[in-house]
Ligand binder design. Sequence first.
Ligand code: MOS
Length: 730
Amino acid sequence: MSPQPQAAVGAPLSRVDGRLKVTGRATYAADHDIKGAVHAVVVDSTIARGRVTGIDTRAALALPGVLKVISHLNAPRLAYRDDPNLNNPPGRRLRVFQDDKVLFHGQPVAVVVATALETAQHAASLVKIGYDAQSPSTDMSGSDRTNEPATYARGDADGAIGSAAVRLEMAYRTARNHHNAMEPQATVARWDGDRLTLWDKTQWVLGTQNELASVFGLPPESVRVISPFVGGGFGTGVRTWPNVTVAALAAREVGRPVKLVLTRKQLYFAVGYRPVYEYGVRLGSDRRGRLTAMTHDVRAETSTYEDFTEAILVAGRMLYSMPHVSQTYRRVPLDVNTPTWMRGPGYANASFAIESALDELAHEIGVDPIELRRRNEPDDDESSGLPFSTRRLRDCYTTGAREFGWHRRNPKPRSTRDGDWLIGTGMATGVYDVLRSPAQARVRLDADGTALIESGTSDMGPGTYTSMTQVAADALGLTMRNVTFRLGDSRMPPTPPHGGSQTMGTVGSAVQDGCDTVRRQAIRLAVEDRESPLYGVDPDGIVVRAGRLHVKDNPVRGETYQRLLARNERTHLETLGSFQPGESRFSMYAYSATFAEVAVDASLGLVRVRRMLGVCDAGRIISPKLADSQALGGMVGGIGTALLEHTVTDHRDGRIVNANLADYLVPVNADIPDLRAIFIDGEDLEAAPIGVKGLGEVVHIGVAPAIANAVFHATGRRVRELPITAEALL
Ligand code: MOS
């Protein structure tokens, strides 16, 4: 087959849904006005551990318009079926209103349903809960309980460190972070007999469908989940949280559709978060910085009822070359809600520790940080023995150093001043797994020359609607205008979660596969049709451009899809495209190098990022404008992690103290300087047929350590805890 001309892919196009979004016509979960819907407001526990001893609902029920107050005292027993298809962590998930136990502060203990939102809010404030409270354990540092550790070892790390010419030992810590997506978790639930429809904020309609089916003991076909737009996710919508069950239960109990929108405050305890990490590193190297061994001792918080684990250990065993590695990962069960994935899950925290440690080693032995990384660049993946599919990290370093002006750097810390400000630069490496799961997309080319592609994925912001339209337009040979891509409905073909940077590679490959198939169907129809100008032509020599099939080297000879389908009395051509990853003999990761320049006020300890450059090896870039936007967003998030974001818990009662956007600091416009992203060209056909490795995580991973390393270079002070506060620098 002649490759299709690529007109849309690679072009810096604006979002196809941009106008809908900026004019407020994009329907997010809570925007769905479902006839007859009433409102639910959750009552949260004010203790972190213990039992509910009584619930007084009299004052709430006395308010006109209140329909029902539901709690464990009157809720029906729910099936809570175990289902291996769910992506919940091991353990026993929170079962809402099934017993009197309180497992964390802010746990839903009742829900008020009323005809008006304001009535429900007021009534919720009137519900009186009695507790038998026990003293909670919410501080990881103060707990020595741990779940069964995950471990990894090769060689003899302790022995190698013992005999190394250079030995370092450091302890790093990263704060709990919350996603703080613009759109809150929100659901409208409607029952039609035994069938449940949910309009929900989710990054995985299929996951929410399966979760609700298992909670209510329904066949999955009886649950439909609709989610056409997601107002930011960062991981918070990859798992289905109990609020969705609460909405569905409330709707069933009152016999009307129910809308339930979590408050900003509830988003700090009713859904997951990035857990606190303690990450101990010991390393050994020779005098020239060739690593011989590293140990990684990691502790992270989890809940008492689920054992949340993530890929915190991977980077430490494959990013740099060394014969000896030893790792342990312990989860500490606490009286907290279960943590979850947040942008660059695991890898971002690991990278703060590992990339800070490399910077410490570089300083210790007087080797340039980039040169140190080059000296430890592996030939293949030493954790699996597999060759890398593509690894263009050296190119990231070279391009980054050149574009950032790294050679102008005086390696001596605290050597550059600008008035009151100490100036420093730092860099760090990022790595993220290429996730590969099966995905499907339905492709339909209509006789009017337009195409409709559907896949049950989502778009939390990266621009799925746009990038998939680009892929489909080129594979079908249509203009962008004649292609419609739809997503966000569990009735559409299945996909993996819209997370872990896997949507473009997996769903994109399915879209491309389906569109290639339909284009070939049309070409076959033409070359076998005596009436077609393409009759008898070698199908391999035909391309389609702007809806017209023609001989590649003779554009005059051809006809449009419309003519072809009309003459053959075909209303449409249709297929189900798929991506089915096979066993791979390659190690597949996306890479990045981030460069940061900071200014630190010498007397006040304030840190200001002055400029930042991210250089990424993410495979093929489908949509450069959206990729740029992803990368800048990832850097903004990294500035937050490095300098501002910190969920603070009062360990006396397990309450989150700063559960609002005034006290939980995120970067604002004035915090964001000159940011730039560069993508190293190149496709990775092992990662996915579409050549994409994935972008959304790797642009964020490495940002925080690049800033931390720049702060050290500016001040000579090594801060091993995130966020880096002024107090730590005084
Ligand atoms: Mo994410 S943590 O890949 O939504």
